[in-house]
Design a protein around this ligand. Structure first.
Ligand code: PAF
Length: 284
């Protein structure tokens, strides 16, 4: 595996491969790689000739008071794991390689509407930061396919909209959420949970699956379903709810009834740690 820190270096590495007709698969990450990332990387490895992983903690997507400084940095382990899984290129730029001195960087990419729902309400500008860095990374790497996890469902839809609107020639591949044995969605933030908080966190997925069972039993009403999820989360003790929403899976608009493919999405704080999760549900 080759590790490169510069944009020019990435282009020099990938251009001959692209000219030789080799397909490029790309997994953008912020490091602290875990089983969820490994599953994206393994899928890219199975589907593409060349696999590129970026490791860059993007300051643009963190708001004031968010955990940028606390974001776990495990670069050596990340690179070793990428190497073991047959990654060809790890791109690990510095902040100044990506954004210069910050003052001269004047461009932002915003996908309206989709960015205003769910996490967009409590994390102003978060998705603008995501879109700006992902568009820039796509410009640097020029991948044929890029792999994103469904755990960040809103991010996935926003990136899809962005590449369609900007005619960026990349296929966005959605990959299923990886879960711990008790159902907790695997996330870099889980490591911040104390043992008690970790136990309580299992209640997030339980609340989602209990709502899906309720739908399968015939319940379609969003207020009833949301109330069930809230009750479940509140009785699991430690979760402070940021949102519980059941939305149209295509555009994230709120629903009053489950009458089309929908997504049940939750965000909670457990202690200082903010966790999100979602599941698909349909009226069928
Ligand atoms: O999902 C993430 O880890 C980040 O939002 C991403 C896509 C790597 C952009 O920084």
């Amino acid at each position: 595996m080759t590790t490169i820190e510069t944009i020019e270096g990435v282009r020099g590495f990938l251009d001959p491969m692209r000219r030789a007709g080799r397909s490029i698969g790309f997994v953008p990450t912020m490091g602290a790689l875990h089983a969820g990332h490994w599953s994206l990387i393994e899928r890219a490895r199975a589907e593409c000739d060349v696999v590129v992983v970026s490791i860059f903690v993007n300051p643009l997507q963190f708001g004031k008071g968010e955990d940028l400084d606390l974001y776990p940095a495990t670069l050596d382990a990340d690179l070793a794991g990428c190497d073991e899984r047959g990654v060809d290129l790890a791109f690990c730029p510095t902040v100044s390689e990506m954004y210069g001195d910050g003052q001269s960087f004047k461009t932002g990419v915003r996908v309206s509407d989709l960015s205003e729902h769910l996490c967009g309400r409590s994390r102003a500008n978060h998705f603008d930061g995501v879109c700006t860095v992902v568009a820039k990374l796509f410009g640097i790497v020029g991948p044929d396919r890029a792999y994103f996890g469904e755990k960040d469902y809103q991010q996935l839809l926003i990136v899809r909209r962005m590449v369609a609107d900007l005619s960026i020639p990349v296929e966005i591949v959605a990959c299923a959420t990886l879960r711990e044995r008790d159902g907790l969605a695997i996330s870099s933030r889980n490591r911040f949970l104390s043992p008690d908080q970790r136990k309580a966190a299992a209640g997030i997925y339980e609340s989602l699956t209990s709502a899906v069972e309720f739908v399968h039993a015939g319940q379609r009403n969003i207020s009833e379903l949301s109330a069930r999820i809230r009750h479940h989360l509140e009785t699991s003790g430690q979760a402070r709810i940021d949102y519980v929403e059941i939305v149209d899976a295509a555009n994230l608009e709120s629903l009053t009834e489950i009458d089309r493919p929908a997504r049940i999405c939750v965000a909670v704080h457990i202690g200082e740690t903010r966790l999100i999760d979602n599941v698909a549900v349909d009226a069928m």
